[in-house]
Design a protein around this ligand. Structure first.
Ligand SMILES: CC(C)(COP(=O)(O)OP(=O)(O)OC[C@H]1O[C@@H](n2cnc3c(N)ncnc32)[C@H](O)[C@@H]1OP(=O)(O)O)[C@@H](O)C(=O)NCCC(=O)NCCS
Length: 384
């Protein structure tokens, strides 16, 4: 996107708005580095707890530190009664899962102990936030679907406990590995819209719960985190209608977008799509619907060919949402839970960015260029 005549860059494309030691996104090379690790290396090996520790501390924990960190997270793995009441009220009105998550995260302020020091308070809130995100999502899902709420078993670890609280059954190792890989893969991704939102809020010296509440609002939009559901819908519709090419041509000729393709930054294949494709294959091979997995691969190849044909030169490639949809579906998560599950992973990055912002803070306050009218004179309401 080029600058307008006033020098404004729509969408702030290409504008550097922060220095960070958290992650590096190279859209031309198709490379994502998190705290020095290529995403392919980190996501397929780490537990989600190790990734959070790495993001917060700039190094991996040793065995003793990891145990202490898991214990600290387990201590925070309970919801205040007011949050539970809010979830029950939201379920009665069939409230959207992301709206409910946003309200419930905000309600954690009700249980806040004031630790005095800003950074200490942020770290305490950070632990509570990353521990409570999966609890809120799973508890709300049970309430929304009229099922009894399942008590957390935090000793299982964040990924396994989340699946356990959703279903009441201990998940297989393959599923825990699949979900951990997903959470690690989406944990951080440069200065995306929700992370920027969280940093802006932190820069005003507001608190971490406010920052993550704002970030959730930004993540909900379909141009950011709200697209993985539709990406899979496309594959399901093709499975029903039979002819993928007819379906996709009709869609693009009607001016519609292929969900799960295109990215503001990546102009080659999103490296996260590759990691998730590996994780999804492993999980499906361990006992999933391999026919669906194969069809998704065929639809992807066809969509890429048609995007090149209809949108030449735009470099529209598979983005993270496409294989997210396949992976989360393989975990038996309904599409309504895809974006909330994304936010469980991204909460690790949001909290890390807020800590980084607070440690080197300067109020984020860019400028706007006025392009409106000048020289108007007041006309009373009767004369308009
Ligand atoms: C992600 C996204 C918003 C990035 O968009 P962007 O960088 O702002 O790109 P633009 O909206 O400027 O689009 C550039 C061109 O590519 C087209 N395009 C972009 N994504 C497309 C898609 N998924 N399917 C079809 N065409 C697409 C646009 O129509 C536009 O065409 P034009 O030049 O003929 O007008 C966009 O690719 C999109 O809407 N993708 C689908 C939703 C999705 O997967 N979101 C998850 C993102 S992680």
């Amino acid at each position: 996107m080029n600058a307008t005549s006033t020098g404004f860059l729509p969408g702030l494309e290409g504008v550097v708005a922060a220095e960070t030691r958290l992650s590096s996104v190279d859209g031309q090379a198709g490379e994502l580095i998190v705290r020095g690790f290529p995403i392919e290396e980190l996501a397929l090996h780490a537990s989600f707890e190790e990734t959070i520790f790495l993001l917060w501390n700039d190094r991996l924990p040793n065995a003793k530190e990891l145990l202490a960190f898991r214990n600290a997270l387990a201590t925070e793995s309970h919801l205040p009664d007011a949050t539970l009441q809010l979830l029950k009220a939201a379920a009665k009105t069939n409230c959207d899962s992301m709206d409910t998550l946003r309200m419930a995260i905000d309600s954690l302020s009700l249980a806040n102990d004031d630790t005095g020091m800003r950074i200490d308070q942020m770290k305490a809130d950070g632990l509570r936030l990353v521990a409570c995100f999966p609890l809120i999502v799973a508890t709300y899902w049970r309430l929304l679907t009229g099922k009894p709420v399942i008590e957390a078993r935090p000793e299982l670890g964040i990924a396994a406990n989340y699946l356990y609280m959703l279903t009441g059954a201990e998940p297989s190792d393959a599923k825990v590995k699949g979900l951990s890989t997903y959470l690690n893969t989406v944990a951080d991704h440069g200065l995306n819209a929700s992370t920027f939102t969280a940093r802006v809020i932190t820069s005003t010296e507001s608190d971490l719960i406010s920052a993550l509440t704002g970030a959730l609002g930004a993540l909900k939009g379909p141009l950011h985190g709200g697209a993985p559901g539709p990406a899979l819908d496309m594959v399901f519709e093709i499975r029903e209608q039979g002819d993928a090419e007819v379906y996709l041509r009709r869609k693009i000729e009607a001016g519609e977008r292929f969900m799960g393709f295109g990215h503001r930054v990546y102009k080659v294949r999103d490296p996260r799509a590759d990691v998730l494709a590996i994780a999804a294959r492993e999980m499906y091979e361990a006992g999933g619907d391999m026919e669906l997995f194969r069809l998704a691969g065929e639809v992807e190849a066809l969509a890429l060919r048609l995007l090149e044909e209809y949108k030449p030169g735009r470099n529209l490639k598979t983005n993270v949402e496409y294989y997210t949809a396949l992976l989360l579906h393989g975990l038996d998560l309904p599409t309504a839970l895809f974006t909330p599950t994304f936010s469980i992973g991204r909460a690790a990055g949001w909290t890390a960015h807020c800590l980084e912002q607070a440690s080197q803070n300067r109020l984020i306050r860019p400028q706007s260029v006025y392009i409106g009218e000048h020289g108007r004179s007041w006309v009373s309401v009767e004369d308009r």
